[in-house]
Design a protein around this ligand. Structure first.
Ligand SMILES: Nc1ncnc2c1ncn2[C@@H]1O[C@H](COP(=O)(O)OP(=O)(O)OP(=O)(O)O)[C@@H](O)[C@H]1O
Length: 565
């Protein structure tokens, strides 16, 4: 199979109406002729199951396979009580999953592993939710109007689990639809609570979503807003300005039923209450932790712990749900300790990257070689925007930005030293296509859903396999095909080992010497040095820098002289 053509074809960027950028640099988009499109169709059919992780648009194939396996036609009512499974266009309509046997087959195809007691049946379509859970029709309409017709693998499993009020640990690949997997049931549950009036006055806080970064929280908020259109649910994003507008009384004054926040913003609110105010979290029914493993890592654990101690303790009715593309076992243990009889959903391999991402390592020898590699990609027409480049520190991100600024690439740099306004502007411009190449630190590695990112480059090797999975997960989302390149030098021999393991999980063949590195016994390996000290990113020779510095010093000295005269 011409896998390379399949992958590169999917990665080429069609200009969309709202993209105002001409992406013709560095290579022109070829016009496709009829033959090409026929070839593309053929290639489409060749896309193997392995790179077809995002099952949404492939439901037809999935059902074909289901039918094949069954080797008999099972007539189930579809959403319209139509016994004929074909619609007018000849597409097969999704089935209802009504038996354990059907569930088993669906799970096999989706590579879903569910563990725990009393596992509910998955859903075969969103319409399944009407008969099984009296799903709100407006919510369903909002879903359809946003263009979501069929549930992805993670949504099939976790929506019923959430609606049965079960605690949940869910792990599914990047870009596979986890946001809707928690938002759909959450909104439905809030509607139900409001409807039956079980002591929940209309605006009391019912649902809380915590995510590690402001950007991700904002993104979840935007999806939640769209999905809750005409549902009469008050949703907000906790921000500094909102906290000050309501004088930290957003929760105590029952302003919103669903709040989306970062840990820091929530703690800020809780710590700045008036002495007379006490937040009562007893009405809070749903706690969702997105990028849960991040929220439990060393940078967030203290904040998370503080929040959980105030929210979870004594609230036995609180449903707790955790989502991420990576959940290491130690974090899972901590998560379980605050849950009651949780269910565990794993789609695919727990520590693998999304299978629709082509992963490559590029050995550059030394630091200077990395810049050369980037320039070579540009020359060879491989640097096709939109592109995200990750580096290990703010200083390095700025330095690379300064280097690429003059390559006519419409490049920008984003890191935590930028103001929130600048960060929002950069993201907006990147989404619009005004910025082609976004250079950043790990601040953007988690959760962000940029459409059709063509290429992710790890200019610096990420420190953990989880960082790697999330960074490269900015491409290959929502059923698209993506490409990820990781540049490495002699310094990185140990650091790439976790990456090699991820690649192995994804069944990517490694060169023999890399394979050897993976197999090397732990005792033989040097201790992995985190935060590698790297040579400065610059193509300016030392002598030129020295002269520049001297010139600058002379100008400053002359200024001082003039001031003193
Ligand atoms: N059922 C669906 N049908 C079609 N597209 C979907 C569906 N569910 C989600 N998507 C789209 O898939 C993309 C990725 O979804 P989302 O951002 O929720 O991924 P994720 O699993 O949370 O990724 P990450 O692990 O990186 O946070 C989004 O653009 C979203 O709109």
């Amino acid at each position: 199979m011409d896998i390379f053509r399949v992958l590169t074809r999917g990665a080429s960027l069609k200009k969309s109406k709202d993209l105002i950028t001409d992406y013709s640099l560095p290579t022109q988009n070829k016009k496709t002729n009829k033959n090409d499109s026929r070839k593309d169709k053929l290639l489409d059919n060749q896309v193997s199951k392995e790179i077809d992780f995002f099952k949404t648009n492939k439901f037809k194939r999935k059902l074909d396979e289901l039918n094949e396996e069954e080797q008999q036609d099972e007539d189930h009512d579809d959403i319209n009580n139509n016994n004929n499974n074909d619609d007018d266009d000849g597409n097969i309509k999704p089935k209802k999953i009504t038996t354990e046997d059907e569930a088993k087959k669906l799970r096999k195809l989706n590579k879903s592993k569910i563990t725990g007691d009393d596992i509910p049946l998955p859903i075969g379509s969103f319409h399944d939710l009407i008969s099984r859970f009296e799903m709100n029709k407006q919510l369903l309409l909002n879903l359809e109007q946003s263009g979501f017709d069929l549930p992805t693998a993670i949504q099939s499993e976790t929506i019923p689990i959430s609606l049965f009020n079960r605690d949940l640990i869910a792990c599914a690949p990047t870009g596979s639809g986890k946001t809707l997997a928690f938002l759909i049931p959450l909104l439905q549950q809030i509607i139900q609570l409001k409807g039956n009036g079980t002591g929940n006055r209309s605006n009391t806080l019912k649902g809380l979503i915590i995510s590690p970064t402001k950007e991700l929280s904002k993104q979840i908020y935007e999806v939640a807003l769209k999905l809750s259109k005409n549902l009469n649910i008050n949703v907000t994003l906790l921000t500094k300005s909102l906290n000050s507008k309501y004088k930290n009384k957003i929760i105590t004054k029952n302003k919103y039923e669903l709040i989306i926040t970062t840990p820091l913003r929530l703690i800020d609110l809780m710590n700045n209450l008036d002495s007379t105010d006490v937040i009562n979290f007893q009405n809070l029914k749903f706690l969702i932790m997105d990028e849960a493993d991040k929220l439990f890592d060393k940078n967030f654990i203290l904040q998370t712990d503080e929040i959980l101690s105030k929210i979870v303790n004594g609230n036995s009715n609180l449903q707790k749900l955790m989502f991420s593309a990576t959940i290491p076992s130690n974090i899972e243990e901590i998560a379980k300790s605050i849950m009651i009889n949780p269910l565990r959903v794993i789609i695919g391999h727990k520590e693998a990257a999304n299978e629709s991402i082509e992963q490559k390592l590029i050995y550059t020898g030394n630091e200077e070689g990395k810049l050369l590699a980037i320039r070579q990609l540009i020359q060879q027409g491989e640097f096709k925007p939109p592109i995200i480049i990750f580096l290990q520190s703010i200083t390095r991100a700025k330095a690379l930005y300064n280097e690429l600024l003059y390559d006519n690439l419409r490049v920008e740099v984003l890191h935590s030293e930028k103001t929130q306004y600048q960060r929002d502007q950069i993201i907006e411009n990147f989404k619009k296509g005004e910025i082609w190449c976004l250079i950043c630190t790990d601040v953007l590695s988690r959760g962000l859903d940029f459409k059709k990112i063509n290429l992710v480059i790890n200019y610096d090797v990420p420190l953990t396999s989880q960082d790697y999975v999330h960074r490269i997960g900015r491409t290959g989302r929502g059923g698209q095909i993506g490409k990820a390149l990781t540049l490495y030098t002699n310094q990185d021999n140990q650091l790439i080992k976790p990456i090699l393991n991820v690649m192995k999980q994804n069944n990517i063949e490694l060169q023999p010497w890399l394979e050897k590195l993976v197999e090397e016994k732990t005792s033989k390996r040097k201790k992995i040095k985190k935060n590698i000290e790297r040579k400065e990113i610059s193509t300016v020779p030392k002598i030129v820098k020295q002269k520049k510095r001297q010139k600058l010093e002379m100008i400053q000295a002359s200024k001082i002289r003039k001031e003193n005269e």
